[in-house]
Design a protein around this ligand. Structure first.
Ligand code: DGJ
Length: 539
């Protein structure tokens, strides 16, 4: 059993945040945000992530206008949804696009990063105290506004500080502020932390550079020193922002990450230098204690790459939360791995308005994702109860896979994909084969979902396009000599007490429909529109 730390709560209880992020670049008005709220509803989600733009809420220095935030609070309550607000402050995707005009036009006061060749980069320097102070005042004003207007209802469940922070355009600030910091001694606490850890990516980089215990950043880290120093500087900058914000309003805060595993993997080029990428994550975990978690924006489509990211960001000191992911493609099945194998505490798609077609139905390209969200939404009470217990199993049909074997207590289990062993039987009258079935063909779907084994003989299933075949684990001679296998040629393999479709209400499973006979003989099948399937077996 692994204890899952869950920063997100509603009415004091753990909350699994499921939903989407608005297409966030220029949604400055309420009319546009309506589309995003509607999309979350269509997606079966419970939360909308949406930005608060610094330039919009502080157009003149010291003059705050939070009408846009009030409109979001109002709409969220009307839609009965929760909000995660994204603070687009000093950084948004490694640049300074969302800072107010009075910041953008005063580089003397708000120093910009200088590139190695001395050119201005469109990013504010984390070494400039004036910038920190300005961001701190604006961010704490936002926190105060929420404290005054939302501390009872708690519509906002978390704040994301900045958006994919870091520098695009340089590995560090080569200007006077940054250069001075680069030549200063590396803080002793960092050396202490690395020595105590004795392993990890930051530790390895230090070892590879000679493991000096004191000296400047290049003395300790060699040619990766620019990125390491910038990470330290930005992590501590954001942590001070979080501390100031939490002093005003205690609410979960997280930082999202433009992953380092992108394209050329060059800091400041392929991803923002100074973000909490896998390589530098330890620095954020060591020196940003006011940040509840570090969250990867996962747009990696291949399952190996996807899972490596989940593994890197789910650690005892960091629950996995996916604030952004693709609304299309393989994310529709990879997400089940994040949730079952890496105990993700929340999951969101980016640009959810794209998922809605003009007539208000799911866009054809997003149908699979919407279906997957529907399955997850139905299973949230089970997630909250069983994540971390080892009793949740992801079903994911990889390419060319006809079935998947699951390791369950007391049962052999196969998730059969495609149309199953006897496709002419179909599932039930509501789910006929989509075209003339052949045993060797699927109907173009990908099998996916979750299997919860809640006790030895009891299971809950959600998902799409798989049928779970269960067979008791018995001694080999008995397995080969059971009346069950003889009787039904490997179809009816276990004794069902009952198989029911249903849903959860106030934590209780409510039965909507019983299955039996043909509809259970060929495996326990799932589809997004049948809710949760409860299976009880006996010896
Ligand atoms: C990641 C960023 O965090 C989002 O704000 C948005 O720009 C997406 N990328 C677009 O792909």
């Amino acid at each position: 059993m692994t204890e899952i730390s869950r920063p997100f709560t509603v009415e004091g209880k753990p909350f699994f945040t499921l939903g989407g992020q608005s297409k966030n670049s220029s949604g400055y008005n309420q009319a546009e945000s309506e589309t995003a709220f509607q999309a979350v509803k269509l997606l079966h989600g419970n939360t909308l992530e949406i930005p608060v733009y610094w330039e919009q809420v502080e157009p003149e220095e010291g003059q705050f206008d939070f009408r846009s935030v009030d409109a979001l609070l109002h709409s969220a309550r009307r839609y009965d949804l929760k909000l995660v607000l994204l603070w687009f402050g000093t950084w948004k995707n490694g640049n300074m696009e969302y800072t107010p005009a009075w910041v953008k036009t005063d580089p003397q006061r708000f120093a910009r990063v200088l590139s190695p060749t001395g050119k201005d980069v469109w990013v504010l320097s984390s070494h400039c105290q004036a910038t920190f102070e300005a961001d701190r005042k604006a961010f704490t004003a936002l926190c105060r506004h929420l404290q005054e207007n939302d501390s009872t209802e708690r519509t906002v469940i978390a704040l994301q500080i900045e958006n994919e922070p870091g520098i695009i355009g340089s590995d560090r600030d080569y200007g006077p502020h940054g250069q001075a910091a680069f030549e200063e001694p590396v803080p002793g606490e960092l050396v202490t932390k690395m020595k105590a850890a004795g392993q990890g990516r930051v530790y390895d980089l230090w070892q590879q550079a000679g493991a000096q215990e004191s000296g400047s950043w290049p003395d300790l880290f060699g040619w990766v020193a620019g990125e390491i120093m910038t990470t330290w500087s930005i992590a501590t900058y954001i942590d001070r922002l979080a501390q100031a914000g939490k002093d005003v309003y205690d609410i979960p805060m997280y930082v999202n990450v433009w992953l380092g595993e992108m394209y050329w993997r060059i800091p400041g080029d392929s991803y923002p230098s100074g973000g909490a990428v896998v390589k530098t994550l330890d620095i954020y975990k060591w020196f940003a204690p006011h940040i509840d978690l570090i969250a990867p924006d996962i747009y990696i489509a291949d399952s190996r790459g996807y899972e490596a990211i989940c593994a890197a960001y789910s650690r005892p000191d960091n629950p996995l939360f996916v604030p952004e992911s693709s609304p299309f493609g393989s994310n529709a099945w990879n997400m089940f791995r994040a949730i079952a194998d890496h105990s993700a505490v929340g999951y969101h798609c980016f640009g959810i308005e794209h998922m809605v077609a003009a007539d208000g139905t799911p866009h054809p390209l997003a149908e699979r994702m919407v279906d997957s969200f529907r399955c997850l939404a139905a299973a949230i009470p089970l997630l909250l109860e069983y994540q971390g217990t080892g009793q949740i199993h992801a079903v994911v049909q990889e390419e060319n896979m006809g079935h998947q074997v699951l390791e369950l207590e007391g049962y052999h289990a196969i998730a059969q994909f495609g149309l199953g062993r006897m496709p002419y039987v179909g599932k039930d009258w509501r789910h006929p084969p989509k075209r003339l079935p052949r045993m060797d063909q699927s109907d173009g779907e990908r099998g996916r979902g979750l299997v919860f084994q809640v006790s030895e003989h009891e299971f809950y299933l959600v998902g799409a396009a798989y049928q779970l075949m269960l067979r008791p684990k018995v001694a080999p001679e008995l397995a080969l000599d059971t009346s069950l296998t003889k009787e039904f040629a490997l179809t009816r393999l276990a004794h069902y007490v009952r198989v029911d479709e249903g849903h959860f209400e106030n934590g209780e499973f409510v039965v909507d429909r019983r299955r039996n006979g043909d509809e259970t003989d060929h495996g326990v099948w799932v589809e997004p529109d049948v809710g949760v399937v409860h299976v009880l077996l006996c010896e």
